[in-house]
Ligand binder design. Sequence first.
Ligand code: NDP
Length: 274
Amino acid sequence: MTDRYAVFGNPIGHSKSPAIHAAFAAQARQSLTYEAILAPLDGFAKAVADFAAAGGRGANVTVPFKEEAHRLATRLTPRAVRAGAVNTLSFETEGIVGDNTDGAGLVTDIDQNLAFPLAGRRVLLLGAGGAARGALGPLLDAGIAQLTVANRSPGRAHELARLFAAHGNVVGCGLGEIAGSFDLVINATSASLAGEALILPAGTYAPGALAYDMMYGPSGTPFLAAASRQGAARIADGLGMLVEQAAEAFLHWRGIRPDTAPVLADLRARISAP
Ligand code: NDP
């Protein structure tokens, strides 16, 4: 029987994960199916259980179910424990294993695809939701010098800084309290989804700085447009993160890490096509 995988979310209609995993499977010459499943907001656990009972081998999880997936897993990988959220499930004989590949995908995209080495950098992370929390551990592991987490609700930024204090030099603050210059500014807020830009103080972008938005779209994002105006030397959206987190999930399930470059190039061309 062909191995079955899926992504669960709500909404899920525009998910690019089925196309990405189909491309990985073709490249690795593996026979599998990967579908997008719309789970009811109050029916995630049942939808996952039904899928596993029908022979599902694994699943990705997206908005708004990543924290519920964390609770559903009977065993968590260390990076899922640190992230407090799960985006990758494997249905094993011993139970449900939960992993989080988002932060690793972000770091691989910045460090390798964008050739922007993270070691020694001063980093400003905007946002303190699930995506930000998943990014903290992998960013600190990559050897950054300093991390400032800034959030609209300052208490959540302070809480993240406290949680990760043992892993590196991390401080939390409100969006209005950002001070200093940074080599890398990552937008992990959902402000771009609402079409809103985040206006940062003058001098936030150090010479040569990279502005990175986890969101992506055919015509850039409000955050990246503002970053260019405010002096960021380079800008990048989160399409590479999406493909790299998928590659990490594929590795977790299938034991092979696909070559992401052609898949990302193809996706970029399709997104940009009129
Ligand atoms: P959450 O809902 O968990 O967190 C949202 C965050 O955005 C919070 O910190 C919230 O602040 C902040 N925020 C929301 N609206 C505004 C606003 N108008 N101005 C300032 N801050 C705001 O979302 P996630 O962490 O799951 O996702 C965040 C973003 O990352 C989304 O755009 C998502 O699409 C993207 N993402 C991309 C991935 C990829 O592979 N490329 C993977 C995962 C996420 P507060 O605490 O004050 O409410």
